[in-house]
Ligand binder design. Structure first.
Ligand SMILES: NC(=O)C1=CN([C@@H]2O[C@H](COP(=O)(O)OP(=O)(O)OC[C@H]3O[C@@H](n4cnc5c(N)ncnc54)[C@H](O)[C@@H]3O)[C@@H](O)[C@H]2O)C=CC1
Ligand SMILES: O=C(O)CCC(=O)C(=O)O
Length: 444
């Protein structure tokens, strides 16, 4: 059995009941085989892969809070500090009822390579809770966030671990958590990113993941002799990533025609009405059923279905494993030629393989959605130097980072004999820097 297969087998055995974590490890390690084979003796001697798949620290805690009816509620809280070889732990917090340890571990593991790909000094971490902000009042969300931070504060800091947002955690939640951290620690520091602009946030962070996804998509299409302008785009999700992916798609001359939430999806052949979408999701925090009030001619369907629409480019921006084999088959049958992941691991392994085998340009999330965390790192830099950069300055840096990621992953794929396989390219390019740093720092 190869070294990679041994480690995958041991991860499955030692981490029972965590299929998403197994999936993420399998996807990364299998694509690293050419690098691992070339360095097997050294890596085995240092147990490099065994250390890579084991988080440096896992923190799990109780989050008690009182709801508007005076009842005590209890949620689970997590922070997985996965790898600090190249910088302080960095990665978002997810508040969603589906959160359990396996989800946070898969996200933290992915974050190691994504953060490395940005070229910035940030390690990998992720956290969250099974708390569901949906349907809660602002007071309840604040009570929860304050309780969450009352435990988390002792494990994080501007130079140790810097959380940010993810599903269910946006500007409102970051604000409540920042306020509580400051109060407990009596320190005004860049301990979280995605902060409001009046208290240390960076311009462009709100838009960064969606914008970055489109910058990379445009560059990757160019690299493959195609262009984004004039193309029809299918987008899933209706949150932070999806909204700003749609916005930038329009700016680059493409036409996004779909979006979705966990209850249903919209097909608007005229192109998604961005102002309506922002009002429904960012202001009213309502369901997509409301979209028909703004655009009576658009279609609303319950359940899943975005990938059945005819589109040239697909951008999954909702959640893990939302694009499955059957969806991939439909996309290919409808002539889709590129899938770029805005969400983390939205495409299953089988669907990814099918897309690649059928000549679809496929950009994995750890490259394609790295613009969010990259801009978070730019927020950290601004906080350290007590300065704020202009929108244009941050946006230009973001664009440069995404173009670099695109070329680095393409070059790495080519170097290891897998030209055009951007899954291999992104994983190898992200891994090489982390591996070198881990080896240089000894057994730790
Ligand atoms: N916010 C960020 O900066 C980054 C987010 N991501 C990833 O992008 C994805 C979306 O995150 P955000 O837009 O930030 O979250 P969000 O909370 O703003 O929006 C999530 C969207 O996905 C939908 N969704 C969630 N679970 C779903 C399910 N089970 N079925 C169908 N739809 C579902 C929600 O209805 C919502 O529209 C996640 O995978 C996240 O990890 C990746 C990089 C950075
Ligand atoms: O901005 C950050 O620190 C993290 C963003 C994030 O959660 C992600 O890249 O998946």
């Amino acid at each position: 059995m190869s070294y990679v297969d041994e480690v995958i087998e041991s991860v499955v055995k030692k981490n029972p009941g965590e299929p998403e974590f197994h999936q993420a490890v399998r996807e990364v390690l299998e694509s690293l085989k050419p690098v691992v084979d070339a360095n097997e003796e050294k890596y085995r001697k240092e147990a490099l892969l065994e250390r890579l798949v084991e988080p440096e620290r896992v923190i799990m805690f109780r989050v008690p809070w009182v709801d508007d009816n005076g009842n005590v509620q209890v949620n689970k809280g997590y922070r997985v500090q996965f790898n600090s070889a190249i910088g302080p732990y960095k990665g978002g917090l997810r508040f969603h009822p589906s959160v359990y340890l396996g989800i946070i571990k898969f996200l933290g593991f992915e974050q190691i390579f994504k953060n490395s790909l940005t070229g910035l000094p940030i390690g990998g971490g992720k956290g969250g809770s099974d708390f569901d902000p949906k349907g809660k009042s602002d007071r309840e969300v604040m009570a929860f966030c304050q309780s969450f931070m009352t435990e988390l504060y002792r494990h994080i800091g501007a130079d140790t671990d810097v959380p940010a947002g993810d599903i269910g955690v946006g500007a409102r939640e970051i604000g409540f958590m920042f306020g509580q951290y400051k109060r407990i620690r009596d320190a005004y520091e860049g301990v979280l990113t995605g902060k409001g602009l009046t208290y240390g946030g960076s311009l462009v962070r709100t838009q960064a993941t969606g914008y970055g996804l489109l910058y990379l998509t445009e560059e990757l299409l160019k690299l493959n002799g195609k262009e984004l302008a004039g193309k029809t785009v299918a987008v899933s999700g209706a949150g932070n990533v999806a909204i700003y992916a749609i916005e930038k798609a329009y700016q680059l001359g493409a036409k996004p025609v779909t979006c979705s939430d966990s209850a249903g999806w919209i097909y608007d052949p005229e192109g998604i009405d961005l102002a309506a979408l922002k009002e429904i999701k960012e202001v009213k925090r309502a369901r997509l059923t409301e979209y028909k009030n703004y655009r009576p001619n658009a279609e609303y369907h319950e359940g899943k279905g975005v990938w059945s629409v005819k589109a040239d480019v697909a951008l999954p921006c909702a959640t893990q494993n939302e694009l499955q084999l059957e969806d991939a088959k439909q996309l290919v049958a409808n002539g889709c030629f590129a899938v770029c992941e805005g969400a983390n691991m939205p495409t299953t392994l089988e669907a990814t393989e099918y897309l690649q085998e059928n000549g679809v340009i496929f950009a994995p999330g750890k490259a394609a959605n790295a613009g969010g965390v990259a801009t978070s790192a730019l927020e950290m830099s601004q906080n350290s130097e007590r300065l704020s950069w202009s929108f244009e300055e941050v946006d230009a840096k973001l664009q440069g980072i995404m173009v670099n990621i695109c070329h680095n992953m393409a070059d790495a794929a080519k170097k290891y004999g897998n030209e055009g396989n951007y899954v291999v390219g992104a994983n190898v390019a992200g891994f090489e820097k982390v591996a070198e740093a881990m080896l240089a720092q000894g057994i730790c």
